[in-house]
Design a binder for this molecule. Structure first.
Ligand SMILES: [Zn+2]
Ligand SMILES: [Zn+2]
Length: 627
């Protein structure tokens, strides 16, 4: 980490501050400076104006237990999208970047390769990419900067005159290569992270400040809330479609239909998947391949979560969000994609026409949108959707079937009637037909076996079901139960115990004591539960509950001694646990009722499943492909 420096603007004489090793900073006089030693050189960048992004210089947060403070950003405007590269001053002494845009957040760590070696990767236009350590990647995107803007002060590898980017992936890793000049480029290892897990504080409170565009047709003023992320909008007055790409404003004609009905209006709010969104765009689309499918699409925006797309077709609702956590580029040729421990099966391949649109849309959606090839893959209730544009660029979206009730609860408008089964609609029975038949058979056999083997009745008596609280000062504590009677000559006891653990453990030592003759039965069992996020995926380990078994306990008067031990960490340790003691496990009272009930379930499930899947795949040309 270098030394902070307060320099003097060579142009206007005002102070310009460079924090730590940061070497690019703007001055109020609109000039942007690059420092090298004591010398300041002017760079071709502009200052970010009227920002409404949630992150700002001074925002703090943490990532994998590393605390950081945001010092500033480069906002890079590519041809039809904008991306932020925030400089993070981290408390482990390193400078990292947070790449952010459209609700996708990525921590970028510079890899230790020579600038010139990485810069050469920008000369070729290959689909493959080999890093100097021989790791091989597939290129997913190439973008060239049109305009770079700066806010606060940032770190750049060398005097920047451009910001060109190559993104590339393997099955498990992602890298972004950034060229700052002809000879200086850096490869970054990229780690996707959910915004909630950055624990951001001191965020920008200001409400979004819309950018003003004047309609080229009717000269009405249009306020575009999500510029520079949105590059497409429709004039609210004359409904002419506009795009603003490569710094050029262009029109794309009018609508193909008129006065279309939507369930939500622009400006209304919708809560989905833990995010609060505002409706910014409405579209009515038509599948030009099947010529039978129409759908409504709502473009939603949140300052923290970026864009989400909510579609409605035949009364079925599906949410979709762009993602950088994607299958390999070549997978989009397959009928089945194994991804994230799931099998996604291709459901449809289509092109669309935008019959009607209002509001604003991320990227450039109007020019050549009819050339976009879309493919949907399903693993109900999940859906993966990939769009290939006329430059063969792939954009992946991931989403879910949204139950109608979730939408109905958020509007007074009448929702369209639900017709048929949607592609990603979860089956009411989420198991395969084969499993249903097998489980029915096995359950039947087991039921008969249990009846033959036991032949007797069990009482299944709950002796107690109680909560126990630790004293604040103790991490090991003894709890003693009331006395209880066991009446059978010999039977079993089950002690279920559980605690609301979060990244901690609890251990229970249990002694069953005969209150009359002092004979003892002891057992020990621990529970532990840990969770976290790695590579953008949530993992959990362990269990919050366990069962201790005591078998062949003779009749008598007993009590239970429980010695509970917990972690000493004040912040995570367990405060409470629950135990339930059950005497004499049960069996079925009437084997025939049980048999009928067991068989009824699979039969009904099987019939339901058959009709659901037939209806689901009835609209797909891929129904019989590689099944
Ligand atoms: Zn100045
Ligand atoms: Zn207009």
């Amino acid at each position: 980490m270098g030394i902070s420096k307060l320099a003097t603007c060579p142009s206007c004489g005002k102070p310009v501050y460079f924090q730590g090793a940061n070497n690019v900073a703007g001055c109020g006089c609109e000039k942007v400076w690059y420092r090298s030693g004591d010398e300041l050189k002017e760079v071709k960048m502009e200052l970010v104006r009227g920002s409404s992004d949630i992150i700002q210089p001074g925002t703090s947060g943490s990532w994998k237990a590393i605390a950081f403070i945001v010092t500033g950003r480069l906002r890079v405007l590519f041809e039809d999208q904008a991306y932020n590269y925030w400089t993070l001053d981290c408390n482990d002494g390193f400078t990292r970047h947070l790449a952010e845009g459209y609700g996708m957040y990525t921590i970028c760590e510079a890899l230790p390769f020579k600038d010139a070696t990485i810069a050469r990767k920008f000369k070729a236009d290959a689909q493959g990419l080999t890093l100097p350590d021989d790791r091989e990647f597939s290129v997913t995107a190439r973008n060239e900067s049109r305009l770079i803007e700066v806010e606060g002060n940032v770190f750049v590898q060398g005097l920047p005159d451009r910001f060109n980017s190559i993104e590339a992936v393997t099955d498990a890793e992602r890298v972004e290569l950034v060229a700052y000049s002809e000879t200086v480029a850096v490869a970054f290892a990229c780690y996707e992270v959910e915004p909630e897990l950055l624990f951001l504080s001191n965020v920008r409170e200001a409400e979004p400040e819309a950018k003003l565009f004047t309609c080229r047709n009717c000269h009405a003023e249009n306020h575009i809330l999500t510029y520079p992320y949105s590059h497409s909008w429709v004039c609210a007055k004359c409904e002419t479609r506009h795009s603003y790409t490569g710094g050029q404003l262009a029109t794309h004609g009018g609508q193909h239909t008129h006065d279309h009905e939507f369930c939500f209006d622009i400006g209304e709010r919708i809560s989905l998947e833990g995010g609060d969104y505002q409706v910014v765009g409405l579209a009515y689309k038509y599948d030009t391949d099947s010529r039978t499918d129409y759908w409504h699409e709502y473009t939603l925006y949140s300052r923290l979560h970026g864009f989400m797309f909510l579609t409605e077709s035949d009364g079925h609702w599906t949410s979709l969000k762009e993602t950088r956590h994607t299958p390999r580029p070549g997978d989009s040729r397959l009928h089945r994609i194994a991804f994230d421990n799931q099998q996604f099966r291709r459901y449809s391949k289509y092109h669309y026409r935008m019959l009607y649109a209002l509001g604003e849309f991320p990227g450039d959606v109007f020019s050549r949108h009819e050339d976009i090839e879309s493919m949907d893959y399903i693993a109900p209730p999940e859906i993966l959707s990939v769009e290939k544009d006329h430059k063969k660029r792939l954009t992946w979206f991931r989403g879910k079937y949204v139950p109608r009730g979730v939408i109905a609860a958020q509007t007074h408008n009448l929702l369209p009637q639900t017709v048929g089964i949607a592609p990603a609609q979860p089956p009411r029975v989420n198991v395969s037909t084969e499993t249903i038949v097998k489980s029915g058979g096995i359950a039947l056999l087991l039921a008969m076996l249990v009846q033959i083997l036991t032949g007797s009745m069990h009482s299944n008596r709950v002796i107690f079901d109680s909560n126990y609280n630790f004293s604040d000062s103790l991490n090991t504590q003894l709890f003693i139960s009331e006395k209880f009677e066991l009446e059978k000559q010999s039977s079993n006891l089950e002690l279920d115990f559980k605690a609301p653990l979060e990244n901690t453990w609890l251990e229970l030592g249990v002694t069953l004591v005969n209150a009359v003759n002092g004979s003892e039965y002891s057992a020990e069992q621990g529970i532990e539960f840990y969770s976290g996020y790695e590579d953008g995926e949530r993992w959990t380990e362990g269990d919050r509950e366990e069962t201790i078994h005591f078998t062949k306990i003779p009749a008598g008067t007993y009590f239970l001694q429980m010695t509970a031990s917990r972690d000493s960490n004040m912040y995570t340790r367990a405060g409470i646990f629950t135990t339930k003691l059950v005497y004499d496990a049960t069996t079925y009272r009437n084997i025939w009722i049980v048999v009928i009930l067991i068989l009824l379930g699979p039969l009904v499930m099987g019939i339901m499943r058959y009709y659901t899947e037939n209806a689901r795949w009835g609209n797909s040309e891929f129904a019989n492909s590689s099944k």
